[in-house]
Design a protein around this ligand. Structure first.
Ligand code: PLP
Length: 457
């Protein structure tokens, strides 16, 4: 069959409040042209993030009812631990309230001032938690990752020569760990090949440097390996996942992604001494090691969700529905990062709106226009997010790419929702010449994309 259907029936629904273009003009004005200020009820299709926005299954909701809320030794923790251990093979497993909490615990023990942590591309919370320790977060992704049009089956791979060079330049003593992010979120949700993971592991082991996986989208990455890498087509997703983790010494995880839960995360290691230190820190800031800042019911939802994320029918639908959106946009000449990644489509706003200069934020202008057209909420990943005003010269420093991300929540929207998104974007593309740039009228000192104000020019 050519038609891919959602491999689930809908048991519970959440109404979407429709709105008119006229009212959206008003909401956008009130939100200072920053979609983070919108009320979610004024959004028709919310593609702001795929984090914690997935729909839980009937099994997960049943697990929520079963949740054991004992402070210590909860049965739900045992189920959670078993599930994570079967998937990752790691010995010591600590729940945390989110991925960034796992990162904070790990880096505050391993990293010190002057150290360097290599990764394919650090996710923003990973980078921030590393930099908070006075450590450098260094991106070593292959060059193809920086070219939207360049095709590579594993555009999230790490540049192995650059990794070796970094180790010889910096010295083993100043590299507390090597990480790889699967799939590479900040690089467009692009996968990393098994061969690349294996080679990073070899290099790390040769130098006795711990190797960690940022595992947020481990199941999506495994599906890409199955489809695109020689020798994996006949293997099960579970065995591919087991192999990926077998090369690492530990992982950090946000269960809001491939855990298909609304909250949660975990930290794993095989190092007993490190695990003891981590548990002590966990008790200090997150909670007792059998709940780590989560409720027992959350642990159940994660334990079940991790397995559902590895279901092959689900993954086929997941990856193909993202590709469906990407392919239709490409066929209508809308410039996107190619090939489509796992969890999101990235529009190249610089190419979409070539008449808007970077100082007028083409990405943000496009985000606003998609909201006006169809009530779609996307996010700018460009100079609003990563640029800054140099305090000395008062000049803007721009980001290398001006992107708009459409992140797809898991199991939440159907194909007709996506058809509506495609139609809205194509409509905007047809009248792109008339879209105007923006002026930033307010910016805070840090993380300005969340709270900046803009005015239409
Ligand atoms: C979301 C994410 C994180 C952080 O997880 P939170 O649960 O949001 O704290 C870390 N790394 C990657 C790749 C992510 O996508």
């Amino acid at each position: 069959m050519k038609t891919i259907i959602e491999p689930f029936r809908i048991k519970s629904v959440e109404p979407i409040r429709m709105s008119s273009k006229k009212s959206r003009e008003f909401y956008l004005e009130a939100a200072h042209h920053n979609l983070f200020f919108l009320q979610a009820s004024d959004v028709i299709i919310d593609l702001l993030t795929d984090s914690g926005t997935g729909a839980m299954s009937s099994e997960q909701w049943a697990g929520v009812m079963r949740g054991d809320e004992s402070y210590a030794g909860s049965v739900s923790f045992q189920r959670f631990e078993n599930s994570v251990r079967k998937i990752t093979g790691f010995e010591f497993i600590m729940p945390t309230h989110q991925g960034r909490a796992a990162e904070r615990v790990l880096f505050s023990i391993l990293c010190k001032k002057g150290d360097v942590v290599p990764n394919n591309t650090h996710f923003d919370t990973t980078r921030a938690n590393i930099e908070f320790q006075g450590t450098e977060a260094r991106d070593l992704v292959i060059k193809e990752a920086y070219h939207p049009e360049a095709f590579h089956p594993f555009k999230g791979n790490m540049d192995l020569e650059a990794l070796k060079q970094t180790i010889s330049d910096i010295g083993v003593d100043r590299i507390p760990l090597i990480m790889v992010t699967i799939t590479n979120n900040s690089g467009g949700g692009q996968p990393v090949s098994m061969e690349n993971i294996r080679e990073i592991s070899k290099i790390a082991r040769k130098h006795k440097i711990p190797f960690y996986i940022d595992a947020c989208r481990f199941a999506e990455n495994a599906y890409f390996i199955k489809m695109r890498e020689d020798g994996y087509r006949r293997k099960s997703i579970k065995s591919i996942v087991n192999e990926m983790f077998s090369y690492a010494d530990g992982c950090t995880m946000s269960a809001k992604k491939d855990g298909i839960a609304n909250i949660g995360g975990f930290l794993c290691t095989n190092d007993e001494k490190l695990a003891q230190q981590e548990k002590n820190l966990l008790i200090l800031t997150e909670g007792f090691p059998t709940y780590g800042g989560l409720a027992g019911r959350d642990l159940e939802a994660v334990a079940i969700g991790l397995n559902e994320a590895m279901n092959e029918d689900y993954l086929e639908y997941r990856i193909k529905s993202t590709k469906y959106l990407g392919d239709y946009l490409s066929q209508n000449d809308v410039p996107i990062i190619k090939p489509p990644g796992g969890h999101a489509i990235y529009i190249d706003a610089k190419a979409f709106l070539p008449h808007i200069p970077q100082e007028q934020y083409p990405g943000q202008a496009l985000v606003c226009e998609l909201y006006l057209e169809g009530g779609i909420r996307s996010v700018e990943i460009g100079s609003v997010m990563f640029g800054k005003t140099d305090p000395k010269t008062n000049k803007e420093v721009f980001a290398p790419m001006e992107l708009v991300r459409l992140a797809i929540p898991r199991r939440t929207y159907t194909q007709s929702h996506i058809d509506y998104v495609i139609e809205s974007i194509v409509n905007v593309y047809k009248k792109r010449d008339k879209i105007k740039g923006l002026k930033m009228t307010y910016q805070p000192e840090y993380l300005r994309h969340f709270t900046a104000h803009f005015k239409s020019l």
